[in-house]
Design a binder for this molecule. Structure first.
Ligand SMILES: C[S@@+](CC[C@H](N)C(=O)[O-])C[C@H]1O[C@@H](n2cnc3c(N)ncnc32)[C@H](O)[C@@H]1O
Length: 270
């Protein structure tokens, strides 16, 4: 218990710096899909939710930039690491949301929430938990369903059970709703037609490196797996009406050779 607590704290501290570095590398790809996220939204594993700034914004009467209420009506996040909540709440407020904690999963949140009933800014609900177990979804997340948009950004590498998590995501989407994702994955095969930026990377070699380093990576990376084939897992679910995703093999630094990206969207039939 104490160890898990320390592990969560350590990762939350590391992610303050690392998420900024990661955003610099990947926002160009998020920008291809994030502006379409709309309606009643659910995000799994938001961390500090730094990508909120990439959603559609509008200029308010006082000149500030805020999430566009014509585009996004409600935002729920499900995040297991409560050490992230301070930064998460601040980011949500900076983007014009009013924050409420689900006090069933996180009773401590009652003291720090900003949401008042007479406030008409967009609600942002923080739920403590995961979607790891099929058919065991936190009540607050079920109460908010169905969702028009669900998103994951670098969280499927860490979830305990990607297949159950994805089935839950599908279940929580409204008919016609869209799942948006950007995840780091195992190197896709050489000549995979879905690779839009290959950069001459030796896919076979770096894929093997990913397999070799995964046990240590997972231990020091708060449960993160560096070699999941997440794009394939999503597409092979066979339940989507439509799926559109791509791979890129960045070569910005040595770390990015073991972190190719998969990003795109999958839509549930109407
Ligand atoms: C690498 S961070 C990514 C954070 C954020 N989405 C981003 O793009 O900056 C992984 C996030 O997933 C969360 N996480 C860990 N285990 C999880 C699980 N089983 N279910 C959902 N989220 C989880 C972590 O607490 C963390 O916030």
């Amino acid at each position: 218990m104490a160890l898990a607590y320390a592990y969560d704290w350590l990762f939350s501290t590391f992610w303050i710096i690392e998420s900024k570095r990661n955003d610099d590398k990947v926002n160009v790809y998020r920008n291809m899909i994030w502006p379409d996220i709309s309606g009643n939204v659910l995000e799994l594993g938001p961390g500090y939710a730094q990508s909120l700034k990439l959603l559609r914004h509008t200029t308010m009467k006082d000149g500030s930039e805020s999430i566009d209420p014509a585009f996004i009506q409600a935002y729920t996040v499900i995040e297991p690491n409560s050490f992230m909540y301070g930064g998460l709440q601040k980011n949500a407020e900076d983007n014009g949301f009013r924050v409420k904690y689900d006090t069933l999963s996180y009773p401590e949140g009652a003291a720090v929430a900003t949401m008042a009933t007479n406030d008409d800014s967009i609600p942002f609900v923080i739920v403590k938990g995961t979607l790891d177990e099929f058919n065991n979804i936190p009540k607050a997340v079920l109460d908010g369903a169905p969702y028009d948009s669900i998103l994951t950004s670098f969280s499927l590498c860490t979830v305990r059970n990607p297949k159950a998590t994805l089935k839950n995501i599908f279940k929580l989407l409204r008919p016609g709703g869209t799942y948006y994702f950007i995840e780091h994955v195992r190197q896709p095969k050489a000549n995979d037609p879905l690779v839009i930026e290959d950069n001459g990377v030796n896919a076979w070699f770096w894929g093997k490196v990913q397999d070799c380093i995964n046990p240590v990576w997972k231990l020091v990376g708060h449960g993160c797996n560096v070699n999941r084939r997440t794009g394939e897992t999503i597409s092979k679910m066979g339940c989507w009406n439509d799926i559109d995703y791509k791979y890129v093999r960045p070569t910005i630094d040595i770390q990015s050779r073991v972190m190719p990206l998969s990003f795109g969207r999958a839509t549930k039939a109407k």
